[in-house]
Ligand binder design. Structure first.
Ligand code: ZN
Length: 260
């Protein structure tokens, strides 16, 4: 993996992350993981990501140059929160839950295949929904294990980072915003689902502040999804997955109308 230049990362930061990661792995019972705290062009805009590869152990990558990683490194509880989250992904990836989830969402997406002129757009939406539901499942499970406070610290730190604003209004910008806002739904809905409404409301307010400069519709997307997601089974029933997918398509259409 020559592209990674982890030698630029201070030794103390590497040690700190590895130490907390070992603790988290022990607690959750996740076996082997490769961990990478590095500076790399390959990360682009992603801050933290877990990659799965059939031949090797899963890899958790931290983009050392990202603002989120820099903030999280200064707060041990937040760091533990995100490592719990990534390790729970690893644990769930091996379970039947994800397979079931992906099958159902694919079926839901298939029902819309004639409405989309660009197949790529439907594929993107499908990937976003899968990502959001995986995050919801992970956070739901962590809250049930009593790890809510750590997760909360992670989101409090990462959400404070303002999105890039663009003066030019183009369709891709709206699409990016849509994906960004949808991706943040798992940061607060699980708290509402698991009797931590106050904490959920706190995160929700942070998200609202983060997007205060963009039209109200964007920040309302999450609120509109709440009905769907509050009671949803994890993984969802087929009917629930269909409803969620329909709702997302209509929200996405509404938003692209705004940009015209
Ligand atoms: Zn995740």
């Amino acid at each position: 993996m020559e592209a990674f230049k982890s030698e630029k990362v201070p030794e103390e930061d590497l040690k700190k992350v590895k130490k907390i990661e070992r603790k988290v792995r022990r607690e959750l019972g996740v076996k082997e993981v490769r961990l990478l705290l590095a500076i790399s062009d390959e990360f682009k805009e992603t801050a933290i990501q877990t990659l799965f590869n059939e031949e090797e152990e899963p890899l958790i990558m931290f983009n050392y140059e990202s603002d989120i990683v820099q903030r999280v490194l200064k707060d041990g509880t937040a760091l533990e929160g995100i490592l719990l989250h990534e390790n729970m992904h690893i644990l769930q990836e091996e379970s039947e839950k994800y397979v079931e989830l992906i099958e159902k969402i694919k079926k839901s997406a298939n029902k819309h295949k004639n409405e989309f002129r660009e197949k790529k757009k439907l594929q993107e939406l499908l990937q976003t929904v899968v990502m959001v539901l995986k995050d919801l499942m992970v956070n739901d499970e962590l809250l049930k294990k009593g790890e809510g406070k750590k997760l909360l610290k992670y989101y409090e730190n990462s959400i404070r980072i303002k999105p890039k604003t663009r003066t030019e209004i183009d369709v891709d910008y709206w699409n990016d915003l849509f994906v960004a806002v949808i991706s943040l739904v798992p940061a607060w809905i699980p708290f509402y689902r698991n009797n931590m409404r106050k904490e959920g409301a706190n995160i929700r307010n942070l998200i609202h502040d983060k997007y205060s400069e963009v039209p109200i519709k964007v920040s309302q997307i999450g609120n509109q999804l709440m009905d769907e997601l509050m009671e949803m089974h994890m993984p969802p029933e087929q009917e629930e997955a269909d409803e969620l997918f329909d709702e997302l398509i209509s929200l996405h259409d509404e938003l692209s109308d705004t940009s015209k």
